[in-house]
Design a protein around this ligand. Structure first.
Ligand code: HEC
Ligand code: HEC
Ligand code: HEC
Ligand code: HEC
Ligand code: HEC
Length: 498
């Protein structure tokens, strides 16, 4: 269009004596016209892209997602739909009212978790809308004392932490931007304080499941991370020597002087943040009465690196770290929880730069507008948008590929569970037969190693998909340690009988 217009102007003025000057003037006018048009089109395009109505002024105190929803109704509507129950072959919690019980589906878990709260109540996960409710109602909470740190990943607590921090004497006010030094002091002081509170008291400070403010800057909607456990954990990972090629901003930070902490909201790329926002919660963690919640990433994200971090870690009383003493054997064992971020990190998708959001929050078109699907759920309910953007295979083929990986993982996991249960049974018998406790010590270590590996894959929620080969490696080690334990036990029994 601009060319046509300039040509016309040229034709009219080309014969006049002041040709040169007029051409310049015409060009200037045309440029202004074109720029004006362009700027109006691009403003409208940007408006359409954001579909923001700016009805509410959002700030660092706006917790209620409904308020954010006034400006961003599409994202809010989808976010609310995380209350819809579903079941895929291995994902979701079933479409009934209550989530399916993992213990009823697989009674071996009751033996494996004997003596721990997970043996009384352990369900399939479901949508984000339920995270506060399901936590408050699990028998793990209603029948056992739990710490306030449980809420770190089950509620929107960005503001609650800062408020509590101010109460602890941290400087500044709630109006300061989240990434300011004062706000960070507030956040961390409040986090420490709320972690130590009994669950019931801390729960009074939580009104919403994960909310917009936990992943977005209210000023400009940029992605950000806000959970203290993640901020500390990712800095610990950055300070380790474990290669993290899928997190290039960490590799870059390591080349600097490392005086300041690695700070995802400053250092990470948008694509990295599209996974990190999920890594705020979908991770292995320790949250018990004795210490503040932490992510055990000091040596790296792999199963044996996390195990080594735990084994080096000492409780305040000097004792080596463990989650619980097994009810039947007395072994000091570990419980793994949803290491999605860690397993994804070992897979080909992470290595290829594919984020959690690419599969679990794929772009969706609503009229002329492209938005991120805030109805976070299984990508298998959504293969065309979640996978076919990159993989040109029919839906049924992609689903079959996922299920082939999952079926293989499940079959290997069955063998690993059998190995761990049989080791537990043998240990129990040996104890009853009066075996020497000191001789049993090394065999408790086999139980610890085997159980930790089995659980790392079992508690991970993709049934192997996020990193198929890594899942198989870990399960193979679980089977091996379980059987090694049984072999070693044969020698102990002989000694015990003498
Ligand atoms: C390449 C695509 C892809 C990426 C990237 C990905 N996932 Fe998944 N995820 C899947 C698939 C496929 C499943 C299996 C879903 C099923 O069984 O229904 C799954 C399962 C899950 C589940 C259980 C879902 C359910 O319905 O029960 C969770 C939770 C999850 N992923 C979180 C994450 C997190 C967190 C990340 C990033 C750290 C991530 N995923 C990265 C594809 C992906
Ligand atoms: C504040 C912590 C938190 C954050 C942040 C978070 N999740 Fe979750 N997520 C949870 C909890 C807790 C559950 C289980 C809720 C329940 O079972 O009641 C869950 C459940 C899920 C499920 C299962 C859904 C279903 O209906 O079965 C998927 C999939 C999932 N999350 C993916 C993600 C992805 C992808 C991200 C990042 C975009 C993310 N989550 C960010 C805590 C979080
Ligand atoms: C580091 C984040 C984090 C912390 C801390 C955390 N959770 Fe969760 N929780 C999750 C995620 C993510 C899920 C969904 C994935 C899953 O179920 O494996 C979940 C799922 C659950 C569920 C639903 C499935 C089930 O296990 O029955 C319950 C109940 C639950 N958590 C209770 C607790 C309790 C009690 C605590 C404190 C001891 C706690 N959570 C601490 C992240 C966390
Ligand atoms: C668990 C983290 C998480 C939560 C909670 C969350 N979002 Fe998002 N949101 C994302 C991600 C990831 C993107 C993609 C951003 C990107 O690629 O730059 C996004 C993008 C957006 C965008 C940009 C346009 C688009 O759709 O891509 C808007 C607007 C938005 N979210 C609004 C909201 C609102 C409103 C809420 C609360 C009702 C909310 N978000 C809750 C993770 C989250
Ligand atoms: C943003 C692009 C992208 C998206 C989205 C994506 N993938 Fe991939 N996927 C890749 C890349 C890249 C590879 C590595 C292989 C390659 O380079 O061709 C890969 C590999 C795979 C593999 C081989 C896995 C292995 O361990 O060898 C499977 C299976 C797969 N994808 C399935 C899926 C499914 C199912 C989805 C949707 C839930 C999905 N992918 C979404 C890019 C993507």
């Amino acid at each position: 269009m601009s060319e046509k217009m300039t040509n016309k102007l040229k034709a009219i003025f080309s014969r006049t004596p002041m040709k040169m000057g007029l051409v310049a003037l015409a060009a200037a006018v045309a440029t202004i016209l074109v720029l004006a048009l362009y700027s109006s089109v691009s403003t409208r395009k940007a408006e359409a892209r954001q579909s923001s109505f700016k009805i509410v002024d959002l700030d660092e105190k706006t917790i209620d997602p409904a308020q954010w929803g006034k400006n961003f109704p599409r994202q809010y509507d989808a976010y609310q739909r995380t209350s819809e129950n579903y079941g895929t072959k291995y994902g979701g919690a079933g479409s009934e009212g209550a989530p399916l019980s993992k213990l009823k589906e697989d009674p071996r878990l009751t033996t494996i978790f004997d003596g721990y709260a997970f043996a009384i109540d352990f369900n399939q996960r479901r949508g984000h809308a339920y995270m506060l409710f399901d936590q408050a109602h699990t028998r793990r909470v209603t029948e056992k004392p739990q710490p306030g740190s449980c809420l770190h990943c089950h509620s929107s607590n960005t503001v609650a932490y800062r408020q509590a921090g101010l109460g602890q004497g941290a400087p500044g006010t709630l109006d300061e931007p989240f990434d300011s030094p004062d706000a960070r002091k507030q956040l961390m002081a409040g986090f420490e304080a709320i972690c130590k509170m009994p669950y019931k008291d801390a729960a009074k400070l939580a009104d919403h499941p994960v909310a917009c403010i936990d992943c977005h800057d209210p000023k400009n909607m940029a992605l950000r991370v806000t959970k203290p456990g993640f901020l500390r954990g990712i800095d610990a990972l950055a300070r380790s020597s474990e290669p993290v090629p899928h997190l290039p901003s960490i590799e870059k930070w390591r080349k600097g002087d490392q005086k300041e902490a690695y700070e995802p909201n400053r250092d990470a790329s948008r694509q990295e943040l599209r996974s990190m926002v999920c890594g705020q919660c979908h991770v292995e963690y320790y949250c018990g009465p004795k210490v503040t919640l932490f992510f055990p990433w000091n040596k790296g994200l792999k199963v044996e690196q996390i195990e080594a971090t735990y084994s080096d870690y000492k409780f305040p009383d000097g004792h080596r770290f463990f989650d619980w003493k097994h009810g039947k054997t007395g072994a000091e064992v570990l419980k793994a929880q949803h290491p999605e971020f860690e397993m994804w990190s070992q897979g080909i998708h992470a290595r290829s730069g594919v984020s959690c959001a690419d599969c679990h929050m794929p772009y969706t078109r609503e009229g002329a507008i492209k938005i991120s699907d805030h109805h976070v759920r299984s990508p298998l309910l959504n293969i065309s948008r979640a996978c076919q953007t990159c993989h040109r295979f029919p839906e049924a083929e992609l689903k079959a590929r996922v299920e082939a990986i999952q079926d293989r993982t499940r079959a290997l996991m069955d063998r690993a569970e059998d190995a761990v249960v049989q080791l537990i049974n043998d240990l129990e018998q040996a104890k009853k037969a009066g075996a020497d406790e000191t001789k049993l010590q090394p065999i408790y270590e086999f139980q610890r190693k085997a159980q930790w590996r089995l659980d790392f894959v079992n508690a991970e929620n993709s049934m192997g998909f996020h990193a198929p080969q890594e899942a198989a490696r870990i399960l193979a080690e679980a089977i091996d340690y379980g059987r090694q334990g049984q072999l070693a036990l044969r020698d102990v029994k002989v000694v015990a009988k003498k």
